[in-house]
Design a binder for this molecule. Structure first.
Ligand SMILES: [Zn+2]
Ligand SMILES: [Zn+2]
Length: 437
């Protein structure tokens, strides 16, 4: 496999003397397997230069575009991708389902008459769209596994596996809990990871040859920017060490970070990996950087099969159980934007009544409520076969790791601390409605 970085920046392009070394174009990575499969990871402004390079190659070409999500910094190069204008070329775009519009509609909007002179349909190449959820699918003999990330809109991470080599692409992702491991544990194991979401993330990265990972913020910035959907290089090193990863490329550099700061983040991250006694190689992704990974003939067994997308859960009914009327109103209004029907309960006993009567598709549960607290409701639900699998998200002001650990031990599906950014809450709710485990 050969990986080449065409855009490494997050949020907004930042060309200029400040960013010469690591680059100013937004997210775009090229990946080619040894047998010639061609993948484009995200369509940020780096895609323009990639398109120029491809113009010199033999046509027609067939490629797969893995789109993590539809934020501008991951799609802005789409309209300027030269090979998409060549008749005979075929591209398939894989991405998570849109909320109220199809994927092609979201991309077509960028090329709306007022935004761009050529419409999506006027381009010469055939572009197909595949909406994928959390699943594994095949592109000939390459397998791609997806996982939902913790970001402000539904976002996919991709694990691309070919000939025994594997690359994981995690463009935009915030740690699920501020600390990965329970405090005070020396020599922590997977069981000491506080939040189940982070444990699942480590599993997704497990033994990868290369991980390309969001490391947008310094720790000081992250303190002020919880809920923005990005994380730190410290978190990246910790999850990669826990997962036994060989090499990690820090990615999605903050637009405010100049070359000197990115370099310092890179050094600090290398130091952190060494301090953990790990051989993890750490680099900061730079525009133009190439990484080669050897493939072997006997790859990982291809046991997974294609699962169709799980579709749009527009009709879902969600119970918001909380004793603060103001919060119920705000959360209800946020979720109603995605077309869900909102049910309300003001204490634990009422929550159980509503659940038994209405069978909601998902439950948002406060911890501290009159009559019966959130743990009591959870215990009752998980002891009832009918409600054992319904997704329950604790949405609570309690942020202590003991509360998080206790909730997961009690069978909660997810845990979100208040105040939660509306965009992050929407993304997490949608994620569980699409993929119930
Ligand atoms: Zn981004
Ligand atoms: Zn984003």
């Amino acid at each position: 496999m050969r990986i080449r970085f065409w855009g490494t920046r997050g949020s907004i392009p930042t060309p200029g003397p400040r960013t010469l070394r690591y680059g100013g174009n937004t997210a775009c990575v090229e990946l080619r397997t040894d047998d010639g499969h061609f993948f484009i990871l995200d369509c940020g402004t780096g895609l323009f230069e990639l398109g120029r390079e491809l113009a010199g190659e033999s046509q027609p070409m067939v490629g797969s575009i893995l789109l993590s999500h539809t934020h501008w910094d991951h799609t802005q190069g789409f309209a300027f991708f030269g090979p998409a204008y060549r008749k005979g070329n075929v591209f398939t775009v894989y991405a998570a389902p849109g909320v109220d519009r199809s994927l092609s509609d979201v991309l077509a909007q960028q090329m709306d008459y007022l935004n761009f002179p050529i419409s999506l349909e006027e381009r010469g190449a055939a572009v197909k769209y595949e909406e994928v959820g959390e699943e594994t699918f095949g592109v000939d003999n390459v397998r791609v596994r997806t996982q939902y990330l913790n970001h402000t809109v539904l976002t996919l991470g991709f694990r691309i596996m070919s000939g025994g080599a594997s690359v994981v692409y995690v463009a935009d992702h915030e740690p699920f809990s501020p600390g990965l491991y329970r405090s005070g544990v020396t020599d922590p194991t997977l069981a000491d990871i506080v939040h189940a979401g982070d444990r699942k993330h480590v599993d997704f990265l497990r033994d990868a040859d290369l991980v390309i990972h969001d490391a947008q913020f310094t720790e000081a910035e992250f303190e002020r920017r919880h809920n923005w959907g990005h994380g730190t290089a410290e978190y990246v090193v910790d999850v990669c060490v826990a997962a036994g990863v060989t090499e990690v490329a820090l990615f999605h550099h903050d637009p405010d970070h100049d070359d000197a700061l990115v370099e310092r983040i890179e050094w600090d991250a290398q130091e952190r990996a060494r301090a953990r006694g790990s051989n993890l190689r750490v680099v900061a992704a730079a525009e133009g950087m190439v990484i080669n990974l050897p493939e072997s003939a006997d790859g990982e067994p291809g046991d997974e099969t294609w699962h169709p997308s799980t579709g749009r859960p527009a009709q879902a009914r969600i119970l918001v159980a909380d004793d603060e009327p103001g919060l119920v109103q705000v959360v209800g209004a946020v979720l109603a934007k995605d077309g869900y029907e909102i049910l309300v309960a003001r204490d634990g006993e009422e929550a159980l009544e509503v659940i038994r009567r209405e069978h909601p598709d998902l439950i948002l549960l406060d911890v501290m409520m009159p009559k019966l607290d959130g743990y009591g409701v959870l215990r009752e639900l998980r002891a009832t076969p009918e409600f054992r699998d319904v997704p329950v998200i604790m949405l609570t002001a309690r942020v202590g790791e003991e509360d998080i650990v206790r909730s997961f031990e009690g069978g909660v599906t997810d845990y979100i601390s208040k105040p939660a950014a509306p965009s992050l809450l929407r993304s997490r709710v949608r994620r569980w409605l699409l993929s119930q485990e």
